[in-house]
Write a protein that binds this ligand. Structure first.
Ligand code: ADE
Length: 223
């Protein structure tokens, strides 16, 4: 898997891969990443990549020319590349999208800044348009990272232990049951008794009950 980040602010993304699980997975070459900056593609004599909104209104919009040239180049080199736009008005990004997209060879995340991206770029190049939630962020970099993280952990070897993927929230219609580390009694706050007894059938049925209760409480819309 290769991920290309189209962004004006590469550092916002790059540091995420400097630590922890994704750093190790990247070193093992389970995936690779690269960056493209729209500013390197602008033909504007002042190197601008944004302009006033047509029809007026507050804020600037990313202009079509640099992104058309940049994304056109990517598509010419690899017509199979899947181009993804994170925008607040997109389709909600879900776990099944992360599982599906983990099977792709090349993903391209296009991060908007300012008031967004000229809609003609999205209309022409988007394979997918996603929102990560009903709130507005200052740009597409965090949503690109959120989706990348959710996608990459589905690639074999990334988590180191594939079992962790099996009983997760959202892989079924239930949220994941709560987890407890040792000790059983921590400052008089008790964890769950069946977990101590090694009876796997009991543990499974207790986990199922806890998962059902948790789902009903936090996400009644899933029940
Ligand atoms: N860009 C800004 N806010 C966003 C959101 N909530 N989801 C995806 N992209 C965004």
């Amino acid at each position: 898997m290769k991920i290309t980040y189209v962004t004006l602010f590469k550092n916002l993304i790059d540091y995420y891969f400097h630590d922890s699980i994704l750093k190790i997975a990247k070193e093992k070459e389970l995936f690779e990443i690269d960056y493209k900056n729209p500013r390197d593609y602008t033909t504007d004599k002042h190197n601008r990549v944004d302009d006033y909104k047509q029809g007026g209104g507050a804020g600037m919009v990313m202009t079509p020319q640099p992104l058309f040239d940049l994304l056109g180049e990517i598509k010419e080199k690899n017509p199979q590349a899947k181009i993804i736009f994170p925008v607040p008005a997109g389709k909600p990004f879900r776990q099944n999208d992360s599982v599906r997209l983990a099977k792709q060879e090349h993903l391209v995340f296009v991060s908007g800044r300012y008031e967004g991206i000229d809609e003609r770029v999205i209309e022409t190049y988007a394979d997918e348009v996603f929102s990560i939630g009903d709130y507005v962020l200052t740009g597409g970099e965090l949503p690109s990272l959120v989706m990348s993280d959710a996608i990459l952990r589905n690639i074999e070897g990334v988590l180191g232990n594939n079992e962790s993927l099996e009983e997760e929230s959202f892989n079924t219609d239930l949220l994941e049951a709560p987890s407890f580390a040792k000790p059983y009694d921590f400052r008089s706050i008790l964890s769950v008794s069946e977990n101590l007894k090694g009876n796997h059938a009991n543990i499974r049925s207790q986990n199922l009950k806890m998962a059902q209760l948790k789902t009903k409480y936090f996400r009644p819309d899933l029940v």
